[in-house]
Design a protein around this ligand. Structure first.
Ligand code: ATP
Ligand code: MG
Length: 560
């Protein structure tokens, strides 16, 4: 899906207008994706990555990867590394790898410059007092008693803050703007706080750290980003973003522009790093990359192709209002991709023994099977056939309605890549459960043999695996992680109470022997069962994660 085949979204319209009015030259366009390294990227970030890098692609403009690393308490190198891997894996390459922490010195200098201009002051009040003086949206705030401190005193205190001479929480630096502004964020916002905490990159160099608003816009300015795109909760921050630039910008420099789009929410999951971290810490899942997680690394381990995620992001586009996007749309794109690329194989998850009574004991033959009907270049492989096979329990019924097109006593089906069989008999245990089915095969009906019988159409086709040749592998079947469509917006109920206890089922599959050689990351279509991907954490033997179920199968088995 090419971006230029659809109509322009509102951000693209804005850029087109900026180019037309010569606000920016085409060559000066530059975008950035600015994650905070305090967790792994999720499907919401994927949307933002596709937006920013998509614009880069469309306008042939560079895109920076900027780590917004201003909070040393929550940020770690592990997250930086994971974010880089995820962006690359999604299929994007950034121009510059940037860190807000690389600008700490410059940001500090600019803060001193604000003090010199009488536009910032050190406040000695505790945070509760500062909060209380903020006022409300309808009532003006109250000036801090320290608002009129002299420039010299402010400079001295700010330097002492930097030198580590004051404890955490004792002093903050605030921009001196307007305590009566109708925008609460303009009421002398805090721009620096003291934190005696080492940073994952600057280590012990700093004990004062800039606030988001102070760091973000100035980082955009330093990198000469033209369009700084963020989510809607920052609409009110835009005025502050512009105010800071007004104070610092040098004539002739490019002025970045903040614009907002709606944060994406997705059904049956949560996309907040804080909540995802809670799932990890409480061991509800097996780490950030658990295949049930909506993280990019989880989706990768689950077997989602990066192209499917890109196509999904392109389909949902961007919006001005928040709404809930159904995750089944992502699964649709996953199936679309895998249908083209995944080789077909046979495996049985819930086995029932089928004995072909007129097939000689001890005989075996290797039948030719097409790897992918959607891709001729995928070629053929051989699958072993013998007298005893496994089929799925649910594919046999002793007596069944007329429209049950699987196997029933007296009925015929084709065994995929093999023969037409007819069920003659079945064996039951004391409880009346069928434990074995007997059938006869028509030796002339072999698929691909060219005989009249081989071309004969029967209503049902079943997948199967030879008992003697079956390779047993562990499979993991996943369901939605949350049973509620919108788990984190329910009143009085924590999202954790909606965790689906049945989201993981571990099952032994009986597979055709070729699967023994499957490599981590490889995806297959287990015919009629779904797409399965070898877990990247499989050690000796492949473990198969069910990537997605199949909606459509090659055999119409029932008419329901
Ligand atoms: P979270 O709540 O998950 O921590 P965040 O916005 O704090 O999200 P950042 O690392 O700051 O996470 O986000 C980097 C970029 O990704 C930002 O530009 C942000 O707006 C965007 N982004 C994050 N979540 C979503 C989402 N659900 N939909 C669209 N964009 C998102
Ligand atoms: Mg954030």
């Amino acid at each position: 899906m090419e971006a230029n085949k659809r109509s322009l979204n509102f951000i693209e319209i804005l850029i087109e207008e900026d180019l037309k009015s010569k606000a920016y030259a085409q060559e000066s366009l530059r975008f950035r994706f600015p994650p905070e390294p305090n967790g792994y990227l999720h499907i919401g970030h994927a949307s933002s990555i596709c937006l920013n890098f998509g614009l880069g692609h469309k306008y042939n403009a560079p895109v920076n990867l900027r780590f917004d690393d201003t909070n040393p308490i929550k940020e770690e190198q592990e997250y930086v590394d994971a974010i880089k891997d995820d962006v690359k894996w999604l299929g994007f390459s950034w121009d510059k790898e940037c860190y807000a922490s690389d600008y700490f010195e410059q940001l500090y200098q600019w803060a001193e410059a604000l003090i010199q201009k009488g536009l910032a002051y050190v406040d000695s009040q505790p945070s509760e007092a500062i909060a209380a003086q903020k006022g409300t949206p309808t009532e003006a705030g109250t000036d801090s008693p320290y608002r009129e401190r002299s420039t010299d005193e402010n400079l001295k205190l700010f330097r002492e803050m930097k030198a580590g001479e004051h404890p955490e929480g004792s002093l903050v630096l605030r921009a001196k703007i307007d305590m009566n502004s109708s925008n609460m964020l303009m009421r002398d916002p805090i721009i620096y706080r003291i934190m005696h905490k080492p940073h994952h990159r600057t280590e012990d160099k700093w004990c004062i750290y800039p606030m988001y608003d102070w760091a973000h816009g100035q980082s955009d300015y330093i990198e000469q980003i033209t369009h700084s795109l963020c989510t809607l909760e920052f609409v009110m921050h835009r005025e502050l973003y512009d105010w800071f630039l007004d104070q610092l910008m040098k004539d002739g420099d490019l002025r970045p522009k903040q614009r907002e789009f709606a944060r994406r929410n997705f059904s049956h999951t949560v996309v907040s790093k804080r909540k995802l971290l809670q799932l990890v810490e409480n061991k509800v899942v097996d780490g950030w990359d658990d295949p049930r997680m909506p993280t990019i690394s989880g989706m990768r381990r689950r077997g989602y192709p990066p192209q499917a995620i890109q196509n999904f992001a392109e389909t949902i586009g961007i919006a001005k209002r928040e709404n809930l996007v159904d995750l089944s749309l992502l699964e649709f794109h996953v199936r679309e991709e895998l249908n083209r690329t995944a080789n077909r194989v046979m495996a049985v998850l819930d086995p029932l023994k089928l004995v072909i009574t007129n097939y000689p004991e001890g005989q075996e033959e290797w039948l030719e099977a097409e790897n992918n009907p959607e891709d001729e270049s995928a070629g053929y492989r051989k699958v072993p056939f013998s007298r005893e096979l496994f089929i799925e329990q649910e594919d046999f019924k002793e007596e069944a309605p007329r429209k049950f097109f699987r196997l029933k006593l007296g009925g015929e089906v084709r065994l995929k890549n093999g023969y037409i069989i007819q069920a003659t008999d079945c064996v039951k245990d004391v409880d009346g459960n069928v434990t074995e089915v007997h059938a006869t095969y028509d030796p002339k009906s072999k698929s691909g043999s060219g005989t009249e019988e081989s071309l004969r159409k029967v209503k049902g086709t079943l997948h199967w695996v030879s008992v003697a040749h079956a390779y047993q592998a562990q499979t993991k079947l996943y369901d939605r992680l949350f049973s509620h469509e919108s788990p984190d917006t329910q009143k009085d109920k924590d999202f954790m109470s909606f965790v689906n206890p049945q989201s993981l089922q571990v099952v032994t599959a009986f597979c055709e022997p070729s699967l023994k050689e499957a490599k981590p990351g490889q995806t297959f279509q287990f015919q009629r069962l779904g797409y399965f991907t070898v877990d990247s954490k499989s050690t000796k033997e492949p473990i198969f994660n069910r990537t997605s179920q199949l909606r459509d199968t090659w055999a119409k088995l029932t008419e329901d």
